[in-house]
Design a protein around this ligand. Structure first.
Ligand code: NAD
Ligand code: UDP
Length: 332
């Protein structure tokens, strides 16, 4: 089976490429380096011993991407390529709508033209907006809190309509919760941009003494300790979820939550990072972040039932592997 992986050099894409190769798939990666670089290809070779086929192409450019469909025999597509910073999407919504929505349209039209009938799409728990957890796939989608989230809702809608118009297609929407951690080798992990304000990259900066303390956004939420709760999932468990998804395509459109089903607070996560890695993470409480959700965690029972997938790695594994990657990254 040959799988075209768009955004395959990114954080989740690279971990998924490793799992696909280890499960015997032929992988063709397309990435434009907007949030990655050629070094990741070397790391993938070090981990797997395989050099996947690679094209440096922007997937919004249909004529260039078409070349790949002409040159390669593609059986399935996993579409990761996208921009993912909520803050950036608020500042520059058009860039986000263009990149994330047009790429989905281009992939869809080439899949239709070249009869590649199996597609997995990277969606996000952000499509649920601010609703009560545990979140189930059938929960109707409310307005999301940012343009990034809307690009995911729109892409899901486009792919759903494609599946209605082409009943011979199998399209799987995977809604990720909060991926953290890294491959145990420490060779691949998450690229941290200066604009990043996700929690674990920020904790890592404090651990590396690049920042003096973590600012905790709010201490009076209705949660175990007043801080926000999320469903953190190890990126390797998430990557394995993609392998299960490509092994279990069903005709039509199918949606799965990929999360652990368990919420962890900001203070709990900081505490785990300190304890497991034996580092000190100073913090202070600041105001709530605008648009933040109090609690978000998955009901992942559908993925367990239908894909035979559930997470295996713990919060301890996540913070250990995140820090292992950060320490190694310093030497690059
Ligand atoms: P990432 O930025 O690490 O990876 C995305 C990759 O896509 C990068 O290598 C980037 O260079 C590439 N890319 C972006 N636009 C492209 C384009 N137009 N053409 C070709 N390549 C392009 O992000 P990630 O964390 O690996 O996320 C992968 C997907 O999962 C994204 O669609 C993201 O929105 C979604 N997602 C991520 C999270 C998360 O917390 N990381 C959560 C939910 C959903
Ligand atoms: N958070 C925080 N300080 C930070 C970054 C995040 O307190 O510097 C909190 C945030 O309010 C949320 C949790 O950590 O409760 C996870 O935030 P992240 O941005 O990583 O994920 P998202 O909110 O997009 O699910």
């Amino acid at each position: 089976m040959a799988i075209l992986v768009t955004g395959g050099l990114g954080y989740i894409g690279s971990h998924t490429v490793v799992e696909l190769i280890e499960n015997g798939y032929k992988v063709i990666i397309v990435d434009n380096y907007i949030n990655s670089n050629s070094n990741i290809l070397d790391q993938l070779f070090k981990i797997t011993g395989v050099n996947p086929l690679f094209y440096k192409i922007d997937v919004t450019q249909k004529d260039k991407l078409e070349k790949v469909f002409v040159e390669q025999k593609i059986d399935e597509v996993i579409h990761f390529a996208g921009l993912k910073s909520i803050g950036e999407s608020v500042e520059d919504p058009l860039r986000y709508y263009y990149n994330n929505v047009v790429s989905t349209m281009v992939i869809s039209s080439l899949c239709i033209k070249y009869k590649v009938k199996k597609v997995v799409f990277s969606s996000s728990a952000t499509v649920y907006g601010n609703q009560e957890s545990p979140l189930k796939e059938e929960t109707s989608l409310k307005k999301t809190t940012n343009p990034y989230g809307e690009t995911k809702v729109m892409s899901e809608r486009i792919l759903t309509d494609v599946s209605y118009a082409h009943p011979e297609f199998s399209i799987t929407l995977l809604r990720y919760f909060n991926p953290i951690g890294a491959h145990k080798s420490g060779l691949i992990g998450e690229k941290i941009k200066s604009s990043t304000n996700n929690l674990v990259p920020y904790i890592s900066k404090v651990a590396k003494k690049e920042k003096s303390k973590v600012e905790i956004f709010g201490k009076d939420y209705n949660t175990i300790d007043g801080t926000g709760v999320r469903d953190y999932i190890h990126v390797v468990d998430l990557a394995k979820g993609h392998v299960k998804a490509v092994q279990s395509f069903k005709l039509g459109i199918t949606t799965y939550n990929l999360g652990t089903g368990k919420g962890t607070s900001v203070l709990e996560l900081i505490g785990a990072f300190e304890k497991v890695n034996n580092v000190s993470i100073p913090y202070e409480f600041v105001q709530r972040r605008l648009g933040d959700i109090e609690v978000s965690y998955a009901d992942s029972s559908k993925a367990e039932r239908e894909l035979g997938w559930k997470t295996e790695l713990s919060i301890k594994d996540m913070v250990k592997d995140a820090w292992n990657f950060e320490k190694k990254r310093r030497t690059y």
